[in-house]
Ligand binder design. Structure first.
Ligand code: ADP
Length: 880
């Protein structure tokens, strides 16, 4: 490559420090990008790729205009990219050689402060994690728009890390450059986050006050890395950051990533939309801050009984007084986003219009306080103890800022008359000057007799007198000084006019500067109240969420659940909150759930589409709703406080991850089995479906036995393996239930009612008929089903193979030796071979049965160790 020009050299040097970001390089009125950045940006932004230089040395280049750069930048950031904004930091007119340029700020997904990427009802978190030598993991998060920061420590591996990171909902994650790339790729893939690096984890002195409450150095280091990244990329004061809160992950119900997604808590599984999620049902908040808090609550249900009942108490109070509740909500609707306003005040990017929003919001608070505390005295201690002197802020803003100021803080028009004497003097000068000019117009019209004579103003020439060409002859020569000739008119000035103009312009310029200075002063004064505002925002959010709970509970006839740290599940007339909202009113069939000793695990069978998944999810959702303090869709609900909920629902292929369905199924099951406790809820839907029938059935049975014998967690297990229902005879706490269906005039009607006992058939063919599969297929399937059912009565794996349990010999059925799976009448020449293969398999089966029988009958107590070894050896030989 030929020698680079000095400016390109400057570009290359700066770019080298921002390898992982698009470098927006300011050149006059444009931001330009070069080399690979240019090629990629042109593609992503659909803008023209040009070049600089000639021939082989031509450098790819593309650019966006400075004044509309924001939209291009936010499009890139939204796609997960980072941008380094490089400005000219000296005046090109006075610069010697190449104008000095520096990166003044970085825009990244986790640090954007405004624009489309900031959703009202969602936090915009940047997170970070550090893995320590003892394998503990520190996790920190921060929302730059609100200043909120939090840290926690967890133990565990990649799954726990993913679980906790997903709970933060972060858009970007900052890590040490030492973390293995492989681990990060998985994070990027599963969480859809942007990964950034920060080497330095030591906390800067300036920020020590933020971590005062953190007792562990690991927590400080974890937060330190995040803060250093913020300070390196934002390159400005981070005064608005709040004290970092240490939250204990174990204070909340654990919900792993898959469970959260499967249960569609905050977004739907496929479309990733809020509509159709639990959040969309319970979200009746009227403020953006309330919306954000609710989302955080749903992602972290509580474990503490007292805290839950505290929330329930408020919901009850709000439910009891419809009118007052609605009045408070009306007031809240007029409260702006205090949390983000506080963030902007401290960050220094608030404008006058937002300060008016702050004033209006604060004016509402006393009334809200009065109404809320009138419902229950104790709410005063709960929410309104730290009375902040907000009257002073209101008073300041009432005196200083006009009701409807412009968005820009540079052009004046913000400060009220009477607030500052100097400003008023300038204003008078400007107003008087303008008045004089208006009078001049009248005077000159009279004196010259030219009625159309007018005074105008433009930025280049200032004030002028304009006379049309037609009237020019009426003007006495030398009356004015000629300034500009237009096609149809001529423009003039007079020395007096220029004098007044100078006075007006000077006054206006001074006014603008003074207004700006005054505005900054006001902003600085308000900044002192930022911590109070943040606390107030928290209070308002909580009240808003709880009022929302009361609203939805009343509207949808939810009932207050009774929660106990441990205990039984007793739900009468429970409904799935989302499903009931999408089907016709009154069509939802309520269901009971009872789980107690002797009935800790339910094996659910029933036709496809009957409502098994709905029933299972319903219990999980009701538990989560109960543990966030909301009431639940049921006539009556008694629930234990679940420490964790695990789900393995559906058999959707996780193609994006490159893992097979069955592997995903097994991984999730493994996770549930290794982490669940007696106090957990496990939902397993059609486990084992992803492999061959016997394989699947055997696994399903083994899993049920393991949960039953080793864990004791409350479990709902739906299956299409009817054979498994026999387990309820052997496992003390397993109970069969099924979703009922009836046949009417040859058609199946799903009753969606869950009742005790097992289903007698699975009705899959009827579902196929409903789906309008060709008639040939469904009638052939019916024909085959009859044959298979005939066979099945003779061969049932679950009761044939009983390993380990004390077994009544009479229970071991005689093996079916010459079983033809398709029945003689169906075997034609074509499928003769298949039938033979099946026969081989059945013979094998017989061999296994012999071995099992041998083991079962062996009298171990009267055999020597050597004889036992021999027995096993014989068995092995037979199996070969
Ligand atoms: P399954 O898991 O048995 O295949 P689903 O739980 O997916 O069935 O339910 C299938 C459909 O049946 C749901 O989408 C819903 O529309 C309807 N459904 C399920 N349960 C109920 C119920 N209790 N009342 C009314 N409709 C229901």
């Amino acid at each position: 490559m030929a020698q680079l020009t000095p400016m390109m050299q400057q570009y290359v040097d700066i770019k080298a420090q921002y390898e992982d970001a698009f470098l927006f390089f300011r050149l006059g009125d444009f931001y330009e990008m070069f080399f690979d950045d240019a090629v990629k940006a042109a593609q992503e932004l659909e803008i023209t790729l040009t070049g600089r230089g000639q021939g082989e040395d031509r450098i790819p280049m593309c650019g966006v205009p400075y004044h509309s750069a924001d939209q291009y930048m936010s499009r890139l950031v939204e796609k997960g990219y980072k941008i380094a904004i490089c400005e000219q930091v000296e005046d090109p007119k006075t610069a010697k050689g190449v104008v000095k340029r520096e990166v003044v700020k970085m825009l990244t997904p986790g640090t954007v402060m405004d624009g489309k990427m900031i959703r009202e009802k969602e936090n915009n978190y940047l997170a970070s994690f550090s893995i320590f030598e003892d394998e503990s993991i520190g996790i920190a998060r921060c929302d730059l728009t609100t200043g909120e920061g939090a840290v926690t420590m967890i133990q565990g591996g990649q799954t726990e890390l993913l679980q906790e990171l997903s709970a933060t909902g972060a858009k970007e994650i900052v890590v040490s450059p030492n973390i293995e790339r492989e681990q990060l790729t998985e994070l990027e893939r599963l969480l859809g986050v942007t990964v950034s690096y920060e080497e330095e984890a030591a906390l800067d002195e300036r920020y020590k006050h933020l971590v005062e409450d953190l007792s562990q150095s690991k927590l400080v280091t974890t937060y330190g890395r995040l803060l250093n990244y913020l300070s390196r990329t934002q390159k400005r004061s981070l005064d608005h950051l709040q004290k970092v809160e240490w939250y204990h992950a174990e204070e909340y119900m654990k919900l792993d990533l898959h469970t959260k997604r499967n249960l569609e808590l905050v977004e739907t599984l496929r479309e990733k939309k809020k509509k159709g999620s639990l959040l969309s049902i319970v979200d009746h908040t009227v403020t953006a801050m309330g919306g954000r808090l609710l989302k955080r609550w749903i992602e972290r249900p509580l474990l503490d009984e007292a805290k839950i009942s505290g929330r329930q108490k408020a919901v009850t109070a709000f439910m009891n007084d419809y009118f007052l509740r609605e009045e408070i909500r009306d007031e809240l609707r007029q409260v702006y986003d205090l949390e983000r306003l506080a963030g902007r005040i401290a960050y220094g990017n608030v404008n006058a219009r937002e300060l008016v929003q702050l004033k209006k919001s604060l004016q509402k608070i006393p009334l809200i306080e009065e109404k809320v505390t009138s419902l229950d005295d104790s709410f005063k201690d709960r929410w309104f103890t730290n009375e902040a002197p907000f009257e002073q802020v209101i008073d300041l803003l009432e005196r200083s800022i006009v009701e409807d100021p412009p968005i820009s803080i540079k052009d004046g028009g913000m400060i009220l008359e009477g607030f500052n004497q100097e400003l008023d003097t300038y204003r008078d000068a400007s107003v008087n000057g303008k008045k004089w000019i208006a009078e001049l117009e009248q005077k000159e019209r009279l004196e010259t007799g030219i009625k159309s004579l007018k005074v105008g103003f433009n930025k280049v020439f200032g004030y002028y007198l304009e006379v049309t060409r037609a009237n020019r002859h009426l003007l006495e020569e030398g009356r004015y000084e000629r300034k500009q000739t237009l096609t149809n008119a001529e423009r003039f000035v007079t020395p007096e006019l220029k004098e007044k103009e100078a006075l007006i312009l000077e006054a206006e310029e001074k006014m603008e500067q003074l207004e700006y200075d005054l505005f900054v002063m006001i902003r600085e004064q308000v900044k002192d109240y930022v911590p109070h505002l943040q606390a107030l925002a928290q209070t308002i959010s909580e009240i808003d969420v709880l009022l929302g709970f009361a609203t939805v509970s009343e509207k949808q006839h939810y009932q207050k659940p009774v929660l106990r740290p441990v205990g039984d599940v007793l739900i009468e007339g429970g409904r799935h909150p989302v499903v009931e909202s999408v089907i016709q009113k009154g069509e939802y069939v309520p269901n009971d759930v009872a789980l107690h000793p002797g009935r800790e695990m339910l094996l659910i069978t029933g036709p496809n589409m009957a409502g098994k998944s709905t029933y299972m999810r319903q219990l999980a959702l009701l538990s989560i709703m109960a543990q966030i303090g909301c009431f639940v869709p049921a006539e009556k609900a008694e629930l234990p406080i679940f420490d964790q909920i695990f789900t393995r629902i559906g058999a959707a292929d996780d193609l994006a991850s490159g893992q097979s369905t069955f592997m995903v199924e097994m991984l999730e099951t493994q996770y549930a089995l290794s982490k669940a406790t007696e106090c957990s809820l496990i939902l397993l839907d059609e486990i084992g479906r992803g492999t061959s029938t016997y394989d699947g059935m055997a696994l399903a049975q083994a899993i049920i036995e393991y949960i039953h014998n080793e864990i004791g967690a409350k479990t709902l297990f739906s299956t299409h393996y009817h054979e498994l229902t026999a387990l309820s005879d052997e496992l003390e706490h397993v109970q069969n239930v099924h979703v009922s269906a009836v046949e009417e005039d040859g058609k199946v009607v799903f009753l969606h009612k869950v009742v005790d006992g097992q289903a007698d058939r699975s009705y899959g063919i009827y579902v196929a008929q409903l789906a309008e599969l060709p008639k040939e297929v469904t009638s052939r399937a019916e024909q085959l089903l009859k044959v298979l059912e005939g066979q099945n009565q003779k061969a049932s794996i679950s009761t044939e193979v009983e390993i380990g349990n004390e077994t009544d010999n009479s229970k071991v059925k005689e093996p079916v030796t010459q079983l033809s799976l398709f029945g003689e009448e169906l075997i034609d020449n074509k499928n003769q071979k298949t039938a033979e293969k099946k026969n081989d398999r059945n013979k094998l089966h017989t061999k296994e049965m012999d071995v099992l029988k041998k083991i079962q009958e062996a009298d171990l107590m009267n055999l020597s160790p050597f004889e036992i070894m021999k027995l096993i050896n014989d068995c092995q030989q037979e199996l070969k």
